[in-house]
Ligand binder design. Structure first.
Ligand SMILES: Cc1cc2nc3c(=O)[nH]c(=O)nc-3n(C[C@H](O)[C@H](O)[C@H](O)COP(=O)(O)OP(=O)(O)OC[C@H]3O[C@@H](n4cnc5c(N)ncnc54)[C@H](O)[C@@H]3O)c2cc1C
Length: 415
């Protein structure tokens, strides 16, 4: 059935996408993982996971902890796709606010999606703890009104979330906002159900924990063909080796898009930068800060007294155009930050850009592929792709184990 496109392979590129450029801080900070060999023989497992970024790593750990044998292959070194570019804010808030999501998918579905996201963020915290990974830290999340007129939306959002038992606090008026933020805004929503991480280090830690569960893992192993056969799936690598399994999971990030109907995802370019270490407490509780405007500006702290600023998204046209804008976008982000924090001297140490996918309703695709029975897609989308990946790992695991998973309808390709 499926044939991957192995052309165009070079640094940062597998298949048809070039996922990031500039110097993603996390890649510099962590370096490459403990290095797994290329697949050099035929292999078999209950499930083959293609892609060893954060999605593949969460699937690997979730499945192998449940006694499902796994083999993970990646054309790159694990985590060096979009994972190492991620600014890794972990939030339950979907890019689409609840009041708007209700209009798009109905109240029951919208509320279920928010509750599942809360569960996923809590699940990420529990997973990090269970593998002894200390690079995932709970933080509050604060969304402020970009303009005074946006305060009305935040009040409406607050009422709706509160009515459905979704944890949130409304800070109404400048004085209330300035009790948690060092700048003024007409209103803000705050919650404690959030976290920040280093997605590359987390993926590496999850893979290492999965090895202890018996997972087999191979880097620099590019899958060029996928066939669904009677008893399962059969994959062929570029070097001609075969991987046989009962099920397959596409954890291929945005490179899976070649194989999907054209209109399911819009690709965007996004920009980020990180400061040199600063000996200041930039704001209270090191909250994750973002705004109501679209695309939104966001800020978080990082270990060692650094600040990350990101946003200035725009529709993706080509890697070349995305990269050509990097210097201009970094300047704009610097200007955005300086307006809010005129007294903080932000010295940019690294800047980078990446591609991410978004859907019309802000929800991910966690589904069997079109015309397949044994191939699942785990495609987290939008600003909380990692939260969705955690959700995908558990939902697909339950599906493979034959447990009832009613929520999967929300995330179907044909919804
Ligand atoms: C700048 C930036 C900021 C972001 N900020 C956030 C954030 O704050 N919070 C959040 O939740 N999300 C964020 N995201 C999104 C998040 O990073 C992504 O959702 C996540 O990294 C996707 O991980 P993945 O493992 O699915 O994909 P990837 O990391 O891209 O991994 C997919 C892997 O599949 C492999 N692969 C593909 N095809 C094949 C093949 N044929 N054979 C073998 N291997 C193959 C690739 O080599 C790749 O390593 C951000 C993204 C960017 C770019």
């Amino acid at each position: 059935m499926g044939l991957f496109n192995p052309t165009d392979r070079n640094e940062g590129t597998v298949g048809s996408q070039n996922l990031h450029s500039g110097l993603p801080y996390w890649l510099v900070r962590n370096g490459l993982s403990s290095s797994f060999f290329q697949l050099a023989e035929d292999v078999r497992a209950d499930v083959v996971i293609v892609g060893g970024g954060i999605t593949g790593a969460l699937c690997n750990y979730s499945f192998s902890s449940a006694g499902i044998s796994t083999v993970v292959v990646d054309g790159r070194s694990f985590g060096t796709g979009s994972t190492c570019a991620s600014t890794a804010l972990l939030q339950y808030e979907i890019d689409t606010p609840l009041w708007r999501l209700v209009d798009l998918v109905g109240e029951g579905n919208a509320v279920a999606a928010y509750h599942l996201s809360i569960r996923a963020v809590e699940g990420l915290k529990a997973t990090a703890q269970s593998i002894g990974f200390d690079g995932l830290t709970s933080r509050p999340s604060i969304q402020y009104a970009s303009k005074p007129s946006h305060a009305k939306q935040l009040r409406m959002e607050f009422k709706l979330r509160q009515a459905h038992g979704i944890p949130v606090e409304l800070l109404d008026g400048q004085e209330a906002v300035q009790s948690v933020l060092p700048f003024a805004a007409a209103a803000a929503l705050r919650c404690d159900t959030a976290a920040e991480t280093d997605a590359l280090a987390f993926a590496q830690a999850l893979h290492n924990a999965s090895v202890k569960n018996g997972a087999k893992m191979f880097e620099h192993t590019h899958v060029v063909e996928v066939k669904e056969v009677k008893a399962g799936v059969e994959l062929r690598t570029e070097e001609g080796h075969h991987i046989r399994a009962n099920y397959m999971v596409y954890a291929t990030g945005y490179e899976a898009l070649d194989k999907l109907p054209k209109d399911v995802v819009d690709l965007n370019s996004t920009y980020a930068m990180i400061s040199a270490p600063m000996d200041v407490e930039p704001w209270i509780d090191q909250a994750l800060i973002w705004e109501t405007a679209t695309p939104y500006l966001y800020m978080r702290t990082a270990p060692g007294g650094r600040i990350i600023v990101g946003g200035r998204d725009e529709p993706f046209r080509s890697p070349k155009l995305r990269d050509a804008l990097l210097a201009k976008k970094a300047n704009a982000l610097y200007g955005d930050f300086s307006k809010l924090f005129p007294d903080t001297s932000f010295k940019t140490e690294f800047k980078w850009c990446g591609t991410f996918g978004s859907t019309k309703d802000g929800l991910p695709y966690i589904d069997r592929g079109p015309k397949t029975r044994r191939c699942f897609y785990a495609l987290g989308m939008g600003g909380n792709g990692i939260t969705f990946s955690a959700l995908a790992a558990d939902l697909i695991r339950d599906r493979i184990l034959g447990r009832a998973v009613p929520d999967l309808d929300l995330f179907r390709f044909d919804r």
